[in-house]
Ligand binder design. Structure first.
Ligand code: PEP
Ligand code: MN
Length: 355
């Protein structure tokens, strides 16, 4: 259930509705927009709803009470006055500009991650990516450097000032990743790992939630709701391609997921063209298409030496190819009214970012 307050209503009216919900034993999520405040009510059973809705509707300052029929209530576009903007350092996911996250699939060594970080920053990326805990399909493949990888990412952040995103593969990783990273990634294979979603929901660290390999948009948004209902609304949805019958690409980029997810939710939506295509030659085309379709940003794999990468070399761009793509993105971004926001200033070594 959603309580929509009148435009410009007094704070005491908002608090009074909050108190009434507290008394009735319901959780709430208050969203203060520029125009209106909206209160999402959590935990109502069907029978109780109507009576409470009638009572609240007659309180001062309340415009109307609506029932959200969708199973994802907190992340649904109806439950918020404005779109969510997730701020990490100078990057605003869901703001007016496009945010580009770039870096290698895996953190492999200090030299590799620092070189990658410098290169992506020089080309204009605002956030550095790199996997320390890698979810690999084969147990014989490189599994990531684990905690050492996190330390190396922190060094690359200190060198460049770029905030970092990295995956938490299991519940046991969450505490450490939440301490060290600026954004926690939930990988496609873990989109329906509900214990993990709950664990990241209990932190307040921004989360990139990848769409599962075979997940419908509805399942993806329900997964986001798990994070939200545990208290963390800093969610960035990431479309990374889905399984289809097509074999010429690693996955099929579901470009429709961008406008559909943006219609259904208030969350920022970014696209990962690297895992979608699985081939570096088509990463630029997919990236430009994603921005033209309304994506709020991109997550792109870039490796200083893709031919020597320990994972996903075939889909990783070289720093030069990435720099060329960034200039193309600038033009497409401008054409669709989404400027490419510049990287954080270089004079912030070791800055720690507050979400
Ligand atoms: C990754 O980002 O390196 C990754 C493993 O992505 P996904 O979970 O989308 O496969
Ligand atoms: Mn990868």
């Amino acid at each position: 259930m959603i309580v929509v307050m009148r435009a410009g209503c007094a704070d005491e009216h908002i608090s009074a509705v909050g108190r009434r919900l507290d008394e009735a034993g319901y959780g709430q999520h208050i969203s203060r927009g520029e125009q209106r405040t909206i209160i999402g009510v959590i935990g109502l059973g069907d029978a109780e709803k109507q009576t409470l809705a009638d009572q609240i509707e007659s309180m001062p300052g309340v415009e109307r009470v609506i029932f959200v029929l969708k199973p994802y209530k907190l992340v649904s576009s109806e439950s918020r006055a404005d779109r969510t903007v997730v701020r990490v350092g100078n990057a605003c996911f869901g703001g007016t500009g496009i945010v580009v996250v770039a870096g290698p699939c895996s953190v492999e060594s200090r030299e590799q991650i620092v070189e990658a970080a410098r290169a992506v920053k020089a080309a204009g990326a605002q956030v550095l990516r790199g996997g320390a805990f890698k979810p690999r399909t084969s147990p014989y493949d490189f599994q990531g450097l684990g905690p050492e990888g996190l330390d190396l990412l922190a060094e690359a952040r200190a060198e460049t000032g770029l905030p970092i995103v990295t995956e938490a593969r299991a519940v046991k990783d969450v505490e450490l990743v939440a301490e060290q990273a600026d954004i926690i990634q939930i990988g496609a294979r873990n989109m329906q790992n509900y214990d993990l979603l709950q664990a990241v929901g209990e932190t307040r660290v921004p989360v990139v939630l990848k769409r599962g390999l075979s997940a419908t948009i509805d399942e993806w948004l329900k997964a986001a709701e798990y994070v939200a209902v545990n208290g963390n609304m800093n969610i960035i949805l990431c479309e990374r391609g889905i399984r289809t019958f097509e074999t010429s690409t690693r996955n099929t980029l579901d470009i429709s997921a961008v406008p559909v997810a943006k219609q259904l939710t208030h969350l920022p939506v970014i696209v990962d063209p690297s895992h979608a295509g699985g081939r570096r030659d088509i990463v630029p085309a997919l990236s430009l298409a994603a921005i033209a379709a309304g994506a709020d940003g991109l997550l792109i794999e870039v490796h200083p030496h893709p031919d020597r990468a320990l994972s996903d070399g075939a889909q990783s761009l070289t720093p030069d190819a990435f720099a060329r793509l960034m200039s193309e993105l600038r033009s497409v971004g401008e054409a669709v009214g989404r400027p490419l926001v510049q990287a954080p200033r270089q004079d912030l070594p070791g800055a720690s970012w507050e979400p």
